[in-house]
Design a protein around this ligand. Sequence first.
Ligand code: UTP
Length: 290
Amino acid sequence: MIRKAVIPAAGFGTRLLPASKSQPKEMLPIVDTPTIQYVVEEAVAAGITDILMIIGKGKRAIEEHFYRNFELELELEEKGKEKELEELKRISNLANIHFVWQKELNGLGDAISYARDHVGNEPFAVLLGDTLVQSNSGESVTKQMIDVYERYNESVVALEEVDRDKVSRYGVMDGKVIDKNIYLVENFVEKPDPEDAPSNLVIAGRYVLTPEIFDCIGRTKPGKNNEIQLTDAMELLLKERAMYGLRFEGRRYDLGNRLDFLKTNIEFALMRDDLKEGMEEFIKELAAKM
Ligand code: UTP
């Protein structure tokens, strides 16, 4: 059973400056909800009850978002704003949420290493705090990955199918399909040229990892950008253990880059009953003016 998840959210978010200077990029809203709340809800929908967030300087707002604010609750109560009150209480009861500071921003692999004591000797899920994944089936991608873990008892990585000309932005999987949308991973290739890419399946910001990953991170030398890369540590893990890939049917939204952030806001607004009509009208008006 997987009960624990780790959400790395310590990164500077330089691609979203100046918005990310004094507020965490993970708190920037998609419509009216901070990105990281969607991430927590995905984990909770997968049965996760305990979440460790890796944070750092300037990330306090994340803590405040998930803790209760009694003054605000009292104010809402006095004003009879029951719907808002219930929603705030629901958010602060989503899971047991803990925080740890990454002392220096030495990369995603380094961030995960701070979870070692908290996670102990259990498998755990990792969900990047600036990335959303939505599956066409509506079932949480993390839940689908946990199901794959329970079948093989080995690490699982979420794979997104992308156009071949886009593979050079991502970590690409090399491996073979073993059952419908499940792959046995043989290797990863970081940001290859399209013609050298072993597949068009890329790592999509969701992982289930066995605790051996911590020793592998410990043995990982600084790689790209002089950071400890999680993909490099996973390559070491692959030398000792099998690893599986789950190709999910759906979409990944990388909210750490400007264009995807804007597109996601529009797409999510169009999915909302209360905003769809107004948004569609606005898009039509805009298109007519262009
Ligand atoms: P990114 O590659 O998006 O890096 O990290 P970043 O620093 O956040 O953003 P840019 O590239 O400067 O714009 C992917 C995930 O890993 C976390 C980030 O918070 C994000 O969720 N991360 C990255 C850490 O927690 N610590 C790190 O040292 C690096």
